[in-house]
Design a protein around this ligand. Structure first.
Ligand SMILES: [Zn+2]
Length: 98
């Protein structure tokens, strides 16, 4: 779980999860209310995650039953959504990918 880089307090899964669904790159810390940003490394790691459920479309080409393919896509997406707060690391400054 991420630590605020200003007050060093660890965010809970729920706090991180709720704050990760924002379009604003600045995420306020639930404790000190200072702005925190997801690190460049976290953004890079997380950019690959949507491809895991999409791999189900590749499975679909191998004559695997559609129920199994859809189950794989749904379960893998749910696992990624649940585990993504564990991967987040925070920084005090915004770090752009490019
Ligand atoms: Zn803080």
């Amino acid at each position: 779980m991420p630590f605020c880089q200003r007050c060093q307090k660890q965010w809970s899964w729920r706090q991180t999860f709720k704050r990760s669904f924002t379009l604003d790159p600045a995420i306020p810390c639930p404790y000190c209310h200072n702005k925190q940003y997801v690190t460049k490394k976290t953004k890079q790691k997380m950019s690959f995650l949507p491809f895991i459920p999409i791999l189900g479309l590749v499975l679909n080409m191998f004559n695997i039953h559609p129920v199994i393919v859809l189950s794989y896509m749904f379960v893998s997406a749910a696992i990624i959504i649940c585990l993504s707060p564990l991967m987040i690391k925070l920084a005090n400054e915004e770090q752009h990918l490019i």
